[in-house]
Structure formats: C-alpha cells, structure tokens
Design a protein around this ligand. Structure first.
Ligand SMILES: [Zn+2]
Length: 474
C-alpha cells in the first residue's frame, strides 16, 4: 500500500525541546510520523506516484501542536458548579463535548488530558476521536474525581449528597477509594484524579490514602494525578508517587526541593485564575472573586518562580471548560502566564506546552517534538512565538493544523455555535420586601434594581451564581 506524504517546506522550526528555532527548515511526514527534518526533507525522498501534500511555510513557524494537560470536556462552558453537575443530561453533555473538541483542535491544541469529568464521557470521547468519527485532539481521560468530604467536589449538603452527574465521587474510606479505582479502570480511564482541598488550606487525603490509591492505579497500569494547591498535599503526593501534580500554588522550599528531586511534573494551570482576575470584570465576575484570584496568583508567582529555579518540570494546563475559560479560546495564554508567573523563557514555555505534555497523553517520547520518528501533530503559525508568545492565542494565526500527518479541515462557520447557559429556576434576584416597593425614594439600590431590564437581570443571576460557587471553581 502506498504511503501518504506531507512536506512542510522552508519554515522556522521550533522543535518543542527548548532548542533554538531553526529557520529555513523543512519537515517530511510519512503516514502520520515525521521521517525527516532539515536539508534532506525534500520531495525527492517521496517515491514516484505516492500522494504528496506540500505546504509552503516560508516566513511561518512550524512547531508541535499544543498539549493541554488540564482540559475538562464535560463542563460545557458552565457558569456554576450546579450547571456542571446537575442540569445538562449526560446525552446532551456528551454531544456538546464532541462539538467542543473540534474547537480545541482548531486552536492548535492537538492533545488534551481530562483530569476528571462527569460519567465516562471522556472515555467515550477519547475513543470516538481515536476512531476518527469525531474531530478533536488526541486525548486521555480520568473519570470522576475521587474526593473526601473535605475535598473539592463534595459541594452540596449531605442531605443532597454527591449526585450521579457530579464531577466527583465521594470516598471517605480506603476501601471506598480502592473500589472506585477498580471500577474506573474497568470503565477504561487512563488516569485517576484525586481531589484534595479546594484552596490548599489543609491536606484532605492522608499520606496512606494517597499512596494506596497511587499504588493500585499503577498496579493496574494507570496513571494518577491530584488537585493540590497547598504545600502539604503537594509534598504528600510526591512521596506517594503520584505521576503529575495539578496547581502547586503555595509551596515551601522543602516541598519544591522534593518535587524537583523526584522529577514529578507540575501543571500549574494558571489560566482560570488569570482569566477571572484580568478579564472577569468584562463578563460580570464578582469583585470578591476577582480579588481572590489576584491574591492567589501573587502567591503562586512566588512559589512557581522558586520551583522553576529549582528545576521543576512545568506543563501547560488551563482548566478549560468553564464559561470564563471556553473551549478553543485561551489554551495558549497559559504559555504567556508561565513566562510571567514562573519565569520561563518563551522556548521553555513552548516546551511546557508540547514535549512536556506527552507524558499526560501516555505518549512520552512519541509526540510533542518535531523530530524523525515522532507522531506528526504539527501546527503552522503565522508569526514568531519565540519573539512574541501571544501570537499563539489568536486562532487566525494558527494557519494549519496537522494531526497524525493529515491536514485537518474545519467547518469554521459551524464552530461559531454557542449555547445559552443552563441555570437554576430563579424567582427573582433579590428579596421583594415591603420597603423595596414602598420605601423612600432614592434609597440606595432601589432605583438600580428598578431599572434592570430582562437581559441585565439574567446577567445578575449569573453574577449571583458565581458568587455562590466561585470558591469551588476547579
Ligand atoms: Zn480542573
């Protein structure tokens, strides 16, 4: 059977390893794998009669597709945790996830890992993409986050419990945790996600619990990661042998030393915090939430700079899936944030977004680098991201997306589709008291509320929901 070939000619190659860019360089791909890079990557290497696609990359950057190690495909751009857990049916949630996967790929993100989500939608989506009947990035997925009552994801009062559609599952005993690992592995997950404390104020799993979960996952051939914002849980996670760590916002030098020594990668996932802090006002995020995120970012910047200096390996992750971090919009912003908040150079940031993400795809050493033998997930960019990392944030500059050696064709118009948000059944946005109706004219707040029209009221509802649930994000 003849091979099919792709030749990307005369571009500036940024290979993803952190090495300097190489101008005037061609890349030859045979059937999904890169076979030659450099002077001998020419059409002469293609046997006569075999199909060859040529792309002129003169003046463009040729680099590996981005890998986002923290992307929640089941969240559906939710404005609230209730929306994530309760309102959208699993059937519709699955279909929307398949739609949104196209948007992620269109942004030049050719690989994602989903560290937790509703049902086993991630497993199904992964298979559909692999089989080629859904367009999207290559993918690995966890199931529901394993949580204790002191963790992220056990949001609701015990009278409600943790509903079936929740992104988390409650396991307060070692037996319960082991049981859930076994069930998730049977259902086809690639990794287990543990949810430690929401803000890193305390360690929600014991050292033993982390170790037992990690050991069982590894025994069954799977990886394990953890939401860990505080030093205690990051430290415990490293000691437990957890494969990579999400966040690490506040870390002591001792913890950073252990993290660096272990070689355990860190996925800081700054994007969600920074989008709320920097742009939240434009979408009605409450002041308290925005200020809280700013404070968290300041602390995080201190920890991450020390971690980078100590040699901790960093990886691109965004927490895409919330309304403030929609699909296909902001993945590449994380690279700019890693430069600003951790002190990476642009080449190091690109490496964090390419080569370092391969582990999370279960393809370490096989993807995320432009070199012979590597899987051909490649993007051609109109601009120089080494000089200006922000060019990667503008989708219009991601001129070509190559996946498995094939140029992806997008239905650009269809990708514009957005949905209104599910929300609770609201009767009003504030209390209808006697004084509100009959109180003195000019009383603070009255006029303002009276002037709200229908669309303002809807925004205010979203605002209130944010306030109620802001703390629980991610
Ligand atoms: Zn997350």
């Amino acid at each position: 059977m003849p091979s099919s070939w792709l030749l990307i000619e005369n571009g500036t190659v940024v290979d993803g390893t952190g090495a300097a860019a190489s101008a005037g360089t061609s890349v030859l791909v045979e059937d999904g794998r890169i076979v030659r890079v450099g002077p001998d990557a020419t059409a002469d290497a293609v046997p006569r009669g075999e199909p060859l696609t040529r792309i002129d990359a003169t003046g463009k950057t040729v680099m590996p597709g981005l890998i986002d190690a923290h992307c929640h495909m089941t969240y559906g751009e939710s404005r609230s945790e209730e929306e994530i857990d309760l309102y959208t049916s699993p059937e519709l949630r699955t279909l929307k996830a398949a739609f949104h996967a196209q948007k992620v790929l269109r942004a030049g993100v050719t690989g994602i890992s989903q560290p937790g989500g509703s049902y086993f939608i991630g497993v199904g989506l992964r298979e559909a993409i692999k089989d080629g009947f859904v367009q999207g990035p290559r993918m690995t997925s966890a199931g529901r986050y394993i949580s204790t009552s002191n963790s992220l994801t056990d949001w609701y009062p015990d009278s409600v419990g943790v509903p079936e559609g929740s992104i988390g599952i409650l396991a307060n005993t070692v037996d319960g945790m082991k049981d859930e690992v076994r069930r998730q592995v049977k259902a086809g997950v690639d990794l287990i996600k543990l949810a430690d404390s929401p803000y890193g104020d305390y360690q929600a799993f014991t050292d033993d619990e982390m170790k037992i979960v990690a050991d069982l996952a590894h025994q069954l051939g799977k990886k394990v990661t953890i939401h860990a914002r505080g030093s205690a849980e990051v430290d415990a996670a490293v000691r437990a042998g957890i494969d990579w760590i999400m966040h690490g916002n506040v870390m002591t030098d001792e913890t950073i030393g252990r993290l660096a020594e272990s070689g355990t990668p860190l996925v800081p996932t700054l994007l969600l915090l920074a989008n709320v802090a920097d742009f939240g006002a434009q979408v009605g995020a409450p002041v308290d939430l925005r200020d809280g995120m700013k404070r968290m970012l300041e602390k995080t910047g201190d920890s991450l700079h020390r971690a980078h200096e100590a040699g901790v390996k960093m990886v691109l992750g965004t927490d895409t899936g919330f309304s403030v971090a929609p699909y296909g919009e902001w993945h590449a912003r994380e690279l700019e944030l890693l430069m600003n908040y951790a002190g990476l150079s642009s080449l190091e940031a690109i490496q964090a977004g390419t080569q370092h993400g391969a582990l999370m795809l279960g393809l370490d050493g096989e993807v995320g680098v432009i070199a012979p033998g590597m899987i051909a997930d490649i993007i051609v960019v109109d601009g120089d991201p080494v000089e200006d990392i922000t060019v990667l944030q503008d989708k219009r500059r991601i001129e070509t997306v190559v996946q498995d050696g094939r140029v992806v064709v997008f239905d650009e118009a269809a990708l514009e589709r957005r949905w209104p948000h599910d929300r609770a059944q609201i009767y009003s946005v504030t209390d209808l008291t006697y004084d509100l109706v009959h109180g003195q004219a000019g009383e603070a707040g009255n006029g303002e509320l009276a002037e709200l029209d229908q669309s303002d009221a809807r925004d205010l509802v979203a605002d209130l929901q944010h306030r109620e649930t802001s703390a629980r994000m991610c």
